[in-house]
Design a protein around this ligand. Structure first.
Ligand SMILES: Cc1cc2nc3c(=O)[nH]c(=O)nc-3n(C[C@H](O)[C@H](O)[C@H](O)COP(=O)(O)OP(=O)(O)OC[C@H]3O[C@@H](n4cnc5c(N)ncnc54)[C@H](O)[C@@H]3O)c2cc1C
Length: 368
């Protein structure tokens, strides 16, 4: 049981409670506070630091690759695809407006896609024409064959460049977002897991353990891949992403962010080390999990990819391996909606949450 002091302070009723302190939860809190500073907001996070996708990703300030845009347009049609690209484009601009580049190691280094067939190249003009309304560029994607040698990617047939993509330090971005939340007087409870939620016509009761709970007028779920317990009806599939990072490599020529095989592999230069992730398509079933583990099978596979595609004939040592959990679904669009009178959600940010979360935060603010 708790004391009167705790009940009237840490566990007192708030206007809005947010579950999850990843990019979605933090951007949502910032947007709401900027619009309605008088609203009290509490963010509840079950881990000591946010733990899901936001602290475990590759740090691509993602715009999206040519093949991804083509695949999205084929699946969802151009209208939804362009909406999603616009969200990412504006999301990245918002990150840059809020934080200086050196605070979050942001670099507009350009994004590249390696292609080993010319099939997608046939659509490049059509895609560029469509994307002009978002980026203002005649050529959002262009063929840059010279850079194959410059980056020593000799085994690649075609290289497409996209100047709108960059990279950043996800840990530093999260820390800056936390600072911003503190400035705006957003409150936090870390290390507490939400176990149960009861909604009545007057309030929502968010329960942690026997006799400990917080009430609020509105509740926002920002739990991404871990949402199934409370959002049973939503189409959310956990997807683990595994990553490895090499020790520094002499004379590493890569510069920018790189996509391969429709984005199933991604790599970048992180202070002269190669950060490589992906390969989920090699073992879909095993990777459909919320368990934070790496597997020997996929890590070996990534190492082989490193040897064959990124660093042929170069020595390297692996410094670090980790995994994080994304949320996928039958469609790529995030789920941003009201679930009931007093509950809303912003979840399923797929593999592009860095850029999507700032805009998703604005969308939920309008719905509150
Ligand atoms: C390996 C990997 C690489 C990626 N690379 C990129 C990339 O380069 N660029 C990009 O844009 N995106 C990338 N992504 C995707 C991006 O990281 C996510 O889309 C984004 O971080 C999602 O943020 P979120 O806040 O919605 O979810 P999360 O960061 O997962 O946050 C959810 C939070 O909710 C908390 N939580 C869950 N349940 C409860 C509960 N019951 N009680 C209390 N707290 C709870 C969790 O502890 C967690 O901290 C990658 C993801 C992975 C896994």
């Amino acid at each position: 049981m708790i004391s009167i002091w705790e009940q009237e302070t840490f566990y007192r009723k708030r206007d809005i409670v947010i579950i999850g302190a990843g990019f979605s939860g933090l951007w949502a809190a910032i947007s709401i506070k900027e619009r309605s500073p008088e609203k009290s907001i509490l963010i509840i996070e079950r881990n000591a630091v946010p733990l899901g996708a936001s602290t475990r990703n590759a740090g691509f300030a993602c715009f999206g690759s040519l093949t991804e845009v083509i695949a999205d347009a084929q699946k969802m049609g151009w209208e939804k695809t362009l909406d999603l690209v616009r969200m990412r484009f504006e999301g990245l601009q918002k990150i840059r407006k809020y934080f200086k580049s050196d605070e979050i190691d942001f670099e507009l280094s350009g994004g590249y896609e390696i292609l080993n067939s010319d099939e997608s190249l046939q659509h490049i003009n059509e895609v560029n024409a469509k994307l002009k309304s978002v980026t203002g560029l005649e050529e959002t994607y262009s063929l840059q064959q010279d850079k194959i040698n410059e980056f020593r990617l000799g085994k690649s047939q075609f290289l497409i460049e996209n100047p709108c993509e960059g990279s950043l330090h996800s840990g530093k971005l999260l820390q800056k977002l936390l600072e911003k939340c503190h400035e705006l007087k957003v409150e936090f409870l870390f290390g507490i897991e939400v176990k149960n939620i009861e909604e009545t016509s007057d309030e929502v009761n968010i329960c942690f353990s026997e006799g400990v709970s917080v009430k609020s007028d509105q509740l926002i779920h920002c739990t991404n891949a871990f949402s199934s317990k409370f959002l049973e009806n939503e189409n959310i599939i956990p997807a683990r992403g595994q990553i490895l990072l090499t020790e520094p490599i002499d004379n590493l020529k890569l510069k920018g962010t790189f996509h391969y095989d429709e984005g199933f592999y991604y790599f970048r230069n992180l202070e002269n080390r190669v950060l490589l992730g992906g390969g989920r398509n090699q073992d879909f079933k095993t990777e459909e999990t919320t368990a934070f583990e790496t597997t020997e099978f996929l890590q070996n596979h990534l190492e082989n990819f490193l040897k064959e595609v990124i660093l042929p004939n170069q020595e390297f040592k692996i410094a670090l391996r980790w995994s994080g959990i994304m949320a996928m679904g039958s469609e790529k669009t995030p789920i941003v909606k009201r679930l009931s009178e007093r509950q809303l959600c912003t979840v399923r940010l797929s593999g592009m949450g860095v850029a999507l979360a700032p805009k998703v935060g604005e969308m939920i603010t309008i719905m509150i």
